[in-house]
Write a protein that binds this ligand. Structure first.
Ligand code: URA
Length: 440
């Protein structure tokens, strides 16, 4: 086979065979196909698209490009979750301990934040000592001993995706549905889950700005999962305004602890219960009508009776983290400068633009523009309102946590533009727009 033939076939709208796709992905992973040919191929895929069959073949080829984790010795039927990335999305920190506390073991590999979206691993690193990199043996032993692992992704998991994603990032080929879907699902398939809950974010603070686009992405990912023999649920959830109140690493850990104490923001609570409820139902392979509602009620109890928090503490301790920070969140990294931003006008909050809040948080140093950038765990923004709330001019709408005066001033400027008011009360935003189910 020749790379040029495969590029030209896709360029001219042809459908690639499984063999052609695998040959190309393997060749690129082994550095036998150069970046310039892979870039041309990605652009051809971007412009011509891929059939469902091609997308599944691409996903499987990427999943097979490195190790595939076999969880079966420690979890006979493993359930995983994935969020397409949002602002204030600390759901994994809350949901994983809850699900594990309900007796459904969870072993999840998460990512770091890039661009405006946060990453679970950066959040966990604000807990002193927390080890995000585990050896295969430690990973398996921890699942056996505690029924929960939350760590960073190993380099050996779907390495083709790592290379292709970096190339997409610099060739204008990121926003392609088959490329996004295969990128996400290759990592999920390689991570060994039997069932996967996808949390597909929709809105200003998400990759997918509209519900139709998000549904199309969710349908492709569900199709891939089912094609690969997995059980799938995809939720389409709102990301026009931040989830919960806190945006920033330690601030989000603190809010996750609040949620696990039964004292978190209502939207975060609802969100976590629904995502977790689906995970528990799938993990138990419980197909009875009412199984989801039962699971949600069980998780709500674990939020209110401290069962989930105890599991989180166990997780932090198992991975070497300082549990005194969980017992007393004031011990988490704290910023030097804390300042409220008042509403400046009377009215109903009609919009809290998640993207602008994320940009303010980035300005403060909570996120990274490049993979190698360090993050400041202490800084970020606490949003003090939700769409539909009434605000008076003096009410603080945001609290900025900063370690630098100039950064604080830039964040303040951005946050003033993040809110829009209306004279009449707007409808609160829904938590979810839709749910897609498909069993393999
Ligand atoms: N997340 C991924 O892992 N890959 C994409 O292409 C987009 C979001």
């Amino acid at each position: 086979m020749r790379a040029t033939d495969i590029i030209e076939k896709k360029r001219d709208g042809g459908e690639l065979t499984a063999g052609e796709i695998r040959w190309f992905v393997d060749g690129y992973t082994r550095d036998e196909i150069p970046d310039y040919q892979a870039a041309a191929w990605l652009m051809a895929v971007f412009l011509r698209g891929m059939s469902a069959r091609e997308t599944l073949d691409l996903t499987q080829a990427m999943a097979d490009s490195g190790d595939r984790l076999d969880l079966s010795p420690v979890i006979p039927y493993a359930v995983d979750k994935h969020s397409t990335g949002g602002v204030g999305d600390k759901v994994s920190l809350v949901v994983l301990p809850l699900v594990a506390a309900a007796g459904v073991p969870v072993a999840k590999m998460s990512g770091r934040g890039l661009g405006f979206t946060g990453g679970t691993i950066d959040k966990l690193e604000s807990i002193a000592g927390y080890r995000v990199q585990l050896s295969d043996e430690d990973f398996m032993q921890q699942v056996r001993d505690y029924g929960i692992v939350l760590c960073g992704q190993t380099k050996s998991l779907a390495p083709a995706d790592g290379k292709l994603y970096a190339l997409r990032d610099v060739t204008g080929t990121v926003p392609s549905l088959p490329l996004i879907a295969s990128s996400i699902m290759s990592k999920k398939l390689a991570a060994g889950a039997n069932a996967i809950v996808l949390d597909v974010k929709v809105g200003k603070g998400a990759f997918m700005k509209g519900v139709d686009e998000a549904r199309a992405l969710a349908q492709i990912m569900v199709g891939i999962g089912v094609g690969a023999g997995r059980e799938m649920v995809a939720l389409l959830s709102d990301m026009n305004q931040p989830l919960g109140y806190a945006v920033g690493n330690a601030l989000e850990v603190r809010e996750a602890i609040d949620a696990l104490r039964g004292d978190g923001p209502p939207d975060l609570r609802e969100h976590c219960l629904v995502v977790g409820g689906h995970m528990v139902r799938l993990g138990r392979q419980d197909t009875r009508a009412g199984a989801l509602d039962e699971a949600i009620a069980e998780l709500a109890d674990l939020m209110d009776n401290g069962g989930g928090l105890a599991k989180f503490r166990e997780l932090v301790s198992a991975q070497g983290g300082d549990v005194s920070m969980i017992d007393d969140p004031d011990r988490l990294p704290r910023a030097r400068l804390v300042e409220d931003v008042p509403a400046g006008a009377d009215g109903f909050v009609a919009e809290v633009d998640a993207l602008t809040v994320a940009q303010a948080s980035l300005e403060l140093g909570a996120g990274r523009a490049r993979k190698s950038d360090p993050v400041d765990p202490a800084v970020g923004v606490v949003v003090r309102c939700k769409v539909g709330d009434r605000a008076r001019a003096d009410d603080p709408l945001f609290t900025i946590h900063a370690n630098d005066e100039a950064m604080l001033a830039r964040a303040r400027e951005l946050l003033r533009q993040a809110v829009r008011f209306s004279e009449s009360r707007p409808q609160p935003l829904p938590a979810f727009y839709d749910t897609l189910y498909k069993e393999a």
